[in-house]
Design a protein around this ligand. Sequence first.
Ligand code: FCB
Length: 465
Amino acid sequence: MSTTSVSGDAELIAGLPAGFRWGVATSAYQIEGAVAVDGRTPSIWDTYCRVPGAIDNGDTGDIACDHYHRMPADVALIKDLGLDTYRFSVAWPRVQPRGKGPVNPAGIAFYDRLVDELLVHGIDPWVTLYHWDLPQELEDTGGWPVRDTAYRFADYSMLVFDALSDRVDTWTTLNEPWCSAMLGYAYGAHAPGRREYPAALAAVHHLLLGHGLATVRMREAAPRKVDIGITLNVATAYPASSSEPDVEAARHADGMGRRIYLDPLVHGHYPADVVADLAAEGVELPVEDGDLELISAPIDVLGVNYYFSQKFTGYAEDGRTVDDAGQPISRTIPLDKPRTAMDWEIVPEGFTDLLVSIARDYPGLPMVITENGSAFEDHADASGFVADTDRTAYFTSHLAAVAEAIRQGADIRGYLAWSLMDNFEWAYGYAKRFGIIRVDYETQARTPKQSALYLKDLAQRHRGQ
Ligand code: FCB
């Protein structure tokens, strides 16, 4: 079944520590549907999906995988795969409609049932509090570029924490703040679709502040030992050559993608070179007294989401090293690797390099891979089965990359595949399939793909070794 030899898989399994988590991840807006049910109000994604041309094919999350109504059967699928951890996100506008006021009993009841259903099946629930679905009303008052949103996030987090912390052991505040800030507010590629660079940098800081406020309050309120952390999408930024402009371009990219988050979270300050780069662009992070103490409140686990790495050059195509505004060039050029259906290059060695670099730069921080996976052109047979050797090979090479990082000293405690099932892939709508379980969107039938059976087999063998 696997595209590697049995001995390759055996070696991979042997390289993963005892107690290593095996799981899958999803997020609320991508799977739940039921957007106007039980008191849920619109999020920025409901609004953004209505912008003509924003989403491929005009798709929306209105129905998605209809998980809200099919949750017990979906949990049973995770159980059938023998996976021990399920990472899901809570929809803020379901639990706290309009982003203010008390908990919505009907909304939190869904997650209450989900947690119980997981526990009954022996699956560890891993909650992500924010996977991009900001209540629209909070965007209307400024969104993440506004400081108050961080306080609103902490209040919302406590509503969820109060309801579920008696049973949920692991809490992630934010999923991929880079995407919320940069795709949402700088590049206009995600909700809310704004293109305001200074506002995006304010969003970076306020997202981190929201994380810190929520972390401190959850820690104080914790009824027992819980693990609290954050999930970042990070990658290795390789310089195209050892020339100074190329090395500079890679440094800049690493600063804006990795260190601008990890340095304040772990070391309690923004990286000086990033602050200088931003100052040169006329941008200042809106840091107030005490913010960095909050942001660097200790965390128990760093969630790492990895999909690809990139190579950077400091030269424009015409050879210039500065643009018309006098800013240094930093642009990606191909690594000349095979690509997934997202056009993302497949770079497992970048995964190892990334994990080893985090272990080196931020020692003592346990990591869990909270997302890793790939979209490919799936072809289902008459029964709905997809023989996804490409996705399976991606899992093999990336799990081997994790095992190699562990061998080099990185403390990595688990691997959660993205994703449990095909789902709403943001601006790509339903066109891109990341699931290890196929979803037929006409019938909502679920069929495990070859990659699901592969992960099931690996997890089982690892546990049995
Ligand atoms: C990540 C997101 C996740 C999914 C994958 C493919 O950036 O966290 O929701 O879209 O990419």
